[in-house]
Design a protein. Sequence first.
Length: 276
Amino acid sequence: MAGIKAAEVKRLRDQTGAGMMDCKKALQETNGDFDQAVDVIRKKGQAIANKRAEREATEGVVLSQVSADEKSGIMIVLNCETDFVAKNEKFIDFAKIIADLATAKQVANLDELLQLELNGKTLAEEVVEQSGIIGEKVALSFYSKIDAEKVVAYIHAGNMLATLVGFNNSSFEQQLGKDVAMQVAAMNPVAIDKENVSQEVIDKEIEIGKEQALREGKPEKLLEKIAFGKLNKFFKDNTLANQDFIKDNKMTVKQYITANNKDLKITEFKRFALKS
């Protein structure tokens, strides 16, 4: 339509993020009414989101971030359908906007995060609109936060894995915090120390140890003893404090930490990976 000016198309694109052709069609459909065109773009996003609701959105980005005072940290996962979109700069920027919002507001859970206001609407609505802009399912699937005397965040290259680690005090070098956060990323511990491992996990590991020993032909009277030996090995390999430190396997993570500060302890950690 000749009456649709390029400047209005660009303005609509700048406001909505939709493609140029979609913006032009929306303005044509509404006879150049800008506000109505915005609604058309938003409705298209909802329609695409509804259409693709059953699709799997297993690609995306994982971001972790700490507050300015380093006493809290958040982690978010924004999903999409394809690796191509996951690597798109605008998609990553949108995820960063969400991370900034979560860091600023410090909400307790994902439901509260989705109800926060962004660009004059709820974040949930904004995520739906991104489906229309991008053309595939977009979902904010995970949010978590931790609070501690000091929190350190780490994002692995490619934005597919991130960690958060909380410490009981802030008297340590930044590199130490990064090293521990990278340890969590690389070694995927199940708990900080053996006393933090759930009884359910312990019972499962004992049962597995007994079954392994039985298959190896060990005497039945020794099965429990062997299983507990395997459990100790499990604690060594899978609890953060007792794992070999990845940058120097002659010491454990706990030894590395206390060598730098004898009173320093890990209070909590989070880890999320889109692909194992």
